[in-house]
Design a protein around this ligand. Structure first.
Ligand SMILES: *Cc1c(COP(=O)(O)O)cnc(C)c1O
Length: 392
């Protein structure tokens, strides 16, 4: 399917059509799985000129190309490369926009392993990072230096869900010839079209909603026309690819991505509303709620909300109370990652590592991922948990 044909269709339709072509697949609905290193050339001349749609396994296979093309069209990008994890995709994007001596700007709310990469490896290669308040918007201009090559964004922020003013930050970046990268994992291109908002590179942890079943690790980076050649060259120089089976699972996940995201949104909102009314809960940090920093930005720029949000408990509960609550949950599991079919809950305290903003909430903080279980069962599980938490 060509881009032009697809743009006539709504995103739900696009997701069912992208990355497959029954006419090329003996009529079968789904594309076959290609695994491979060696590609055979017909003649010596073909070999010398690499005259073949696919030249070698590291440069791509039909399976990889199907996923790349589908994501490119879904994202409205010029091209996409894949990585074996979401963190790998963050790293690829950053390596494509930086060189020794550069300076980059990172939101203080960034996914913690991204922070670790900047402070460790990037610093070692001579790239200096300044962290910024994710809610500073256009004031970020005051932090741009002559060596600044990249402004990184993550909207909403990890754990605390601050929704950044993407257009304001992009405008500053463009004025100064600085590249922008966004970690768009929470919204996915279904709920936030990063490139339409002027962002140069968009990163997705396909591990989360694209996979959707907690059984793959995958990353994707899409780029606009200006940033695409450097991204592709960075990818080609390392050839860190996901396995073919995981690409097929991602393509399968894509078919139901819209359905699952809409359902995650509905359940997430219902659970967040229920939690907001609980006497144990002080605040809900969900981009669709006014109590979430950047709610106005979400309302203006996003088409929906996924099923991941946080809550702050009322003051007075201790770690031991919380352990009683969480150790006894029957449906909610404690574990990292999200975007699967199962509900998760974890405590967090980002005050330990943020450096330019202070995180001093009035009570203990919890992050919830709402899965596909019955919502009344989920409420009951939390209600029983709150009973174990005791009274503040
Ligand atoms: C999970 C996550 C990643 C990393 O994805 P992995 O596949 O687990 O490496 C990156 N960014 C955000 C915002 C995430 O939530």
């Amino acid at each position: 399917m060509s881009t032009k044909q697809n743009q006539k269709f709504e995103v739900a339709t696009q997701l069912t059509k992208l990355g497959r072509d029954p006419a090329e697949q003996f009529g079968f609905v789904n594309a076959p799985l290609y695994k491979g290193s060696t590609v055979i050339y017909k003649t010596m001349d073909d070999l010398e000129h690499r005259r073949s749609r696919f030249t070698y396994g590291t440069a791509g296979t039909p399976t990889i190309a199907n996923l790349e093309d589908a994501w490119t069209q879904l994202s409205g990008a010029a091209g996409t490369v894949l990585a074996p994890s979401g963190l790998g995709a963050v790293v690829l994007a950053l390596l494509s926009t930086t060189k020794a001596g550069d300076h980059i700007l990172m939101p203080d709310s960034v996914y913690r392993p991204t922070r670790n990469f900047c402070n460790g490896m990037l610093a070692r290669y001579g790239v200096h990072t300044t962290y910024y308040d994710p809610m500073m918007g256009a004031k970020i201009e005051g932090l741009v230096q002559p060596e600044t090559s990249t402004i990184f964004l993550e909207a909403p922020g990890s754990q605390t869900l601050e929704v950044q003013d993407v257009p304001a930050i992009v405008a500053v970046a463009r004025k100064h010839g600085v590249k922008t990268i966004i970690d768009n994992t929470w919204a996915t291109p279904v709920f936030f079209k990063a490139h339409e908002h002027g962002v140069d590179l968009s990163v997705e942890a396909g591990t989360k909603y694209l996979g959707g079943h907690s059984d793959i690790l995958l990353g994707l980076v899409s780029a606009n026309a200006e940033s695409w050649p450097a991204l592709r060259a960075t990818y080609d120089s390392m050839a860190m690819l996901p396995g073919a089976d995981d690409c097929v699972l991602a393509l399968r996940g894509m078919r139901t991505l819209h359905l699952r995201l809409k359902e995650a949104e509905r359940r997430g909102l219902e659970m967040a509303q229920w939690l907001q009314a609980r006497p144990e809960v002080s605040r809900v940090l969900h981009p669709a709620f006014e109590s979430c920093p950047g709610h106005e930005n979400w309302k203006r720029d996003f088409k929906g909300a996924s099923g991941l949000f946080s809550i702050i408990l009322k003051p007075g509960y201790g770690q031991q109370d919380l352990a009683k609550m969480l150790d006894g949950m029957s449906i909610f599991g404690m574990g990292f990652s999200w975007g699967g079919y199962e509900s998760l809950i974890i405590p967090f305290d980002c005050g330990q590592y943020r450096t330019v903003t202070s995180w001093k909430p009035e009570g203990l903080a919890l992050r919830l991922q709402i899965g596909l279980e019955d919502v009344e069962d989920l409420k009951q599980d939390l209600e029983q948990g709150f009973a174990r938490l005791g009274s503040a």
